[in-house]
Design a protein. Structure first.
Length: 194
């Protein structure tokens, strides 16, 4: 079963594009893009076990920490740089996102919405940090360093002069059209900076 966020990302990327996936995990997305779109892709992943999974399936990957920057890549080296479910785990957002915008013509950002209705209700009625299908971690074991809403991300982009070219909103494997900051559990943005 292909994840909806992977299908949407594949729909954005042109065939044969050069792709860099930051925080690529086990390489599922890159493998899918290679198969569906014939991309020339590579990933960066910090977790050694995930790097090994990538290599086992033939996905090009470098073990590294994206917080250290992307200085080894030239300007506009990639058609797309992807942060899917990894931006909220970055320490130095300005630096890393700035580097992604430098090395990529477009940057695809997939983020969880920490302010969707289900999370708000859990916080209000239970008085505890929410645990949901899209936010499956407890406060003590989460890899997330940043807790943002879709409005927060849009505001950040406006403040930094980053253009949002497209946005898609998802909940429970379906697209959300109305009130995404309230109803969407995650979003996919395509951004760029001229």
């Amino acid at each position: 079963m292909i994840r909806l966020d992977h299908e949407i990302i594949a729909g954005i990327i042109e065939p044969g594009a050069r792709v860099l996936d930051l925080g690529c995990g086990n390489g599922d997305l890159l493998a899918f893009l290679k198969e569906q779109k014939g991309v020339r892709g590579t990933g960066i992943e910090i977790d050694e076990e995930e790097v090994l999974r990538c290599l086992e399936r033939g996905v090009a990957v470098t073990q590294g920490n994206i917080n250290d920057g992307l200085g080894v890549y030239g300007d506009k080296r990639f058609d797309y740089v992807i942060f899917n479910e990894s931006l909220q785990q970055v320490l130095k957002i300005d630096k890393v996102l700035g580097e992604a915008l430098r090395v990529g013509r477009h940057v695809i950002v997939g983020i969880p919405n920490f302010c969707h209705l289900g999370a708000r209700l859990q916080l209000f009625f239970r008085g505890r940090v929410p645990v949901t299908k899209s936010l499956p971690f407890h406060w003590y074991d989460t890899p997330n360093l940043r807790f943002l809403s879709l409005k927060d991300f849009r505001s950040f982009c406006a403040k930094k002069g980053i253009s949002i070219e497209r946005a898609r909103y998802l909940t429970a494997g379906k697209e959300v059209v109305l009130a995404p900051n309230l109803l969407a559990e995650e979003a996919i943005f395509v951004i760029r900076k001229d």
